[in-house]
Write a protein that binds this ligand. Structure first.
Ligand SMILES: NC(=O)c1ccc[n+]([C@@H]2O[C@H](COP(=O)([O-])OP(=O)(O)OC[C@H]3O[C@@H](n4cnc5c(N)ncnc54)[C@H](OP(=O)(O)O)[C@@H]3O)[C@@H](O)[C@H]2O)c1
Length: 294
């Protein structure tokens, strides 16, 4: 696959009857992904933490795609309790899940802890995603078309940690770019481990890097906000960044493609250390422990 994927090709697939969860679907790349999947006739479950922002985004999408099949479901991914609650509610309504786009993410400069005692950026960018995916695996197994995409970042390259640091990751003191990068690096480790575990199944798991995109992501950092304002016109729009997130989980040509790291439409290599299986296993164990799944 190369970056010459045509717009027509992206929107040529019919996903009618497919249940697709997009986390963080009210803003930026997630909202554009929800819109794109709605254009393919999927049933899009928009996981958002704010009812107001979620309803606004849902209305916007409906204004663009009048027959969009959208369900707004609320969940603050900084809370394990709310994630479990979300999955219970999902199960009471739908059961089968075809596509899970783990898109929600934050960039924080101050140290904050969740009610579960986890550094907030690490909780949202990694542990919540891990727990949500684990709890939804039975639903993904019910589909013959299951695809998981974890939205990562090129920043993972500067977030490398050693095995000895993993037990301390839950309360990692680093915030800002260093903490963000680490949250993306550890998430990549478990993305690859999910792939190894699910290799014999019909579920594919891939990581995706949109690259620098003009969104609200830097809003909690004064410096990053100013920088994004300056470079905004020269970097990708959220609509552009979301195109692979519509293409990768829907295109029949990619059936069975798993365990990859995509830079937009292109398969790329993530940082060498992310392929270290011992490190992946250790981060997996820690994620099981922290999310109380062991
Ligand atoms: N923008 C870039 O340059 C860039 C580059 C590489 C990777 N990424 C990744 O792309 C993904 C999407 O980010 P974006 O750029 O589109 O930023 P964004 O516009 O800020 O969108 C982030 C989304 O995540 C949601 N979210 C944050 N915390 C949450 C929580 N506790 N519970 C539920 N939802 C929560 C936000 O909801 P609220 O509106 O309620 O806060 C929002 O919908 C992230 O994973 C980010 O790390 C972005």
């Amino acid at each position: 696959m190369n970056s010459e994927v045509e717009r027509d090709e992206i929107y040529s697939v019919n996903m009618s009857g497919k249940n697709c969860i997009v986390t963080g679907a009210n803003s930026g790349i997630g909202k554009q992904t929800a819109l794109g999947l709605a254009k393919l006739n999927s049933h899009v479950i928009m996981l958002c933490r704010s009812e107001k922002r979620g309803e606004e985004a849902k209305r916007d999408i409906q204004n663009k795609v009048s027959d969009a099949n959208l369900t707004l479901m609320l969940c603050d991914l900084a809370s394990f309790h709310q994630i479990r609650d979300f999955v219970d509610k999902f199960n009471s309504k739908f059961s089968i899940l075809d596509v899970l786009i783990n898109n929600a993410g934050v960039y924080l400069t101050d140290y904050e802890e969740t009610a579960d005692g986890i550094q907030k950026m690490m909780a949202v960018n990694h542990f919540s995603q891990f727990l949500l995916t684990q709890l939804l695996l039975p639903n993904l197994r019910e589909s013959n078309f299951s695809r998981i995409i974890n939205v990562n970042s090129g920043a993972h390259r500067s977030g490398i940690i050693e095995k000895k640091d993993i037990p301390k990751i839950k309360t990692l003191e680093k915030t800002g770019m260093r903490g963000y990068a680490t949250s993306k690096f550890v998430n990549l480790l478990t993305t690859y481990k999910f792939h190894r575990i699910l290799e014999e199944s019909q579920i594919t798991v891939n990581a995706f890097n949109p690259g620098m995109t003009s969104t609200r992501l830097p809003r909690h950092s004064f410096g990053a906000k100013i920088m994004w304002k300056i470079i905004g016109p020269f970097i990708k729009s959220a609509e552009e960044a979301a195109q692979p997130l519509v293409y990768l989980p829907s295109n029949p040509k990619l059936k069975g493609f798993s365990g990859n790291y995509y830079d937009m439409f292109d398969k790329a290599k993530s940082v060498k250390k992310s392929y270290d299986r011992d490190l992946q296993d250790k981060m997996w164990e820690e994620s099981m422990k922290v999310s109380e799944l062991d």
